[in-house]
Design a protein around this ligand. Structure first.
Ligand code: GDD
Ligand code: MN
Length: 368
């Protein structure tokens, strides 16, 4: 006999699960969904970024047993938020829920989240750890608690609607509402819910549903310092209403680190008796390599180059930056000759070079 609901055409609900190295959690999660959503017409979409632990193989094996299981595998890409966006947009169900693939979200709260949206009561229902009945025992330690609380406080400064847990990754949303907002989403980092709420033209009708957050049993968290920086960049992007694109801010910060490194290396080289020319050359090469490493791991993390492509990318990046540096000096010289204003001339040269480097990096070094 077909599993309940599986023989009927179409689904009412999609559960979108971003996952990276969650092979051990996929099977228990599907079993949990089968129990929690019994009697409903649902599907689950796992969006995996080609995890080295073979998560997608486990998903595919399950999909052969149960047609309600679907898998998407993205190659050469990384990111929780962008994975969720693609999973939701791949769905034809009118209501979509998003949850983690590591069993930390309590699937028994799914019906309450889904029904809040299905009933037309709201556009977005959010699982909250900070309303009566919710709990947050799964956060690994005091540091994660402090981080979470700080993030919530910060996010609440910019939120157009009241949310006690804007950092939640457990929510249900009307698919057409998500699709309408999708072109405005930043799509970087971990905080897709926050992105969604901040990117909507009109305030969303939101409900909160109490939920717990269980400790992780298998695998490990992917939250790291870079993800936290991406959170700051997301807020900056939304604060400035897209005027400061996320990547450009990151690229600029990395550039500043490069300038500092350049100065330090030049000083050190001079100290060891290098001529000005040698010191400058050394400083420039170190700055470029450092910038490349930082941009590859942060600014363009979602398009990170590996292996041979990383070496090719570095060569191309150094070429691009050299052209930028020559243009910088040339423009500054030209403006200085015209107006004799040293500061204005050098700032204009530097800005032009930064925009050039950024445009080339975004299009040819780290191709979309
Ligand atoms: N496809 C994909 N790509 N999935 C990812 C990536 C990625 O780059 N990074 C993380 N994931 C998946 C994980 O495999 C997991 O299923 C889910 O996203 C959450 O990631 P965790 O690494 O377990 O995050 P966490 O437990 O630290 O944080 C979660 O809890 C927060 C609440 O404190 C996240 O769900 C947050 O969204 C949530 O707000
Ligand atoms: Mn987790």
């Amino acid at each position: 006999m077909a599993p309940d609901g599986a023989s009927q055409a179409g689904v009412d609900i999609s559960i979108v699960v971003p996952c990276y190295n969650e092979a051990a959690n996929v099977r228990p999660l599907v079993a949990a969904l089968q129990a929690a959503l019994a009697g409903r017409r649902w599907e689950v979409v796992f969006v995996d970024d080609h995890s080295p632990d073979g998560t997608i193989d486990v998903v595919r094996a399950l999909a052969r047993e149960d047609a309600r299981v679907r898998g998407m595998c993205r190659i050469g890409r990384r990111g929780l938020s962008s994975a969720v966006i693609e999973g939701v947009l791949s769905s034809s169900a009118p209501v979509v829920a998003v949850m983690d693939g590591d069993l930390q979200h309590d699937e028994s709260r799914l019906p309450a989240l889904l029904d809040a949206v299905l009933s037309g009561e709201c556009d977005l229902a959010v699982g909250s750890r900070h309303v009566e009945g919710g709990s947050n025992e799964g956060l690994a330690n005091a540091w994660r608690h402090a981080l979470s609380d700080g993030g919530i406080w910060l996010a609440q400064r910019v939120l157009p609607v009241k949310l006690t847990d804007p950092m939640s990754g457990f929510f249900a949303v009307r698919q057409e509402v998500f699709e309408r907002i999708a072109p405005n989403l930043s799509g970087t980092g971990f905080k897709i819910l926050l992105d969604l709420v901040l990117s909507s033209d009109a305030p969303l009708r939101v409900r909160e549903v109490a939920c717990g957050f269980r400790p992780r049993l298998a695998g490990e968290s992917k939250l790291d310092v870079l993800v936290m920086l991406q959170f700051g960049a997301l807020l900056a992007d939304k604060f400035s209403r897209g005027f400061l694109p996320l990547r450009f801010v990151a690229f600029g910060l990395v550039g500043l680190v490069g300038v500092l490194a350049n100065l330090v290396v030049m000083q050190l080289a001079s100290l060891f008796g290098a001529s000005f020319g040698v010191a400058q050359g050394l400083g420039t090469v170190v700055a470029m390599v450092l910038n490349f490493i930082l941009d590859n791991n942060f600014t363009y993390r979602d398009r990170r180059l590996k292996g041979v492509r990383c070496v090719q990318g570095l060569a191309l990046f150094m070429l691009v930056c050299s052209v930028g540096a020559i243009a910088n000096v040339g423009i500054a010289r030209m403006l200085y000759d015209q107006n004799h204003a040293v500061n204005e001339a050098s700032i204009a040269g530097a800005v032009l070079a930064a925009v050039w480097n950024y445009a080339m990096s975004s299009t040819i070094v780290w191709r979309p």
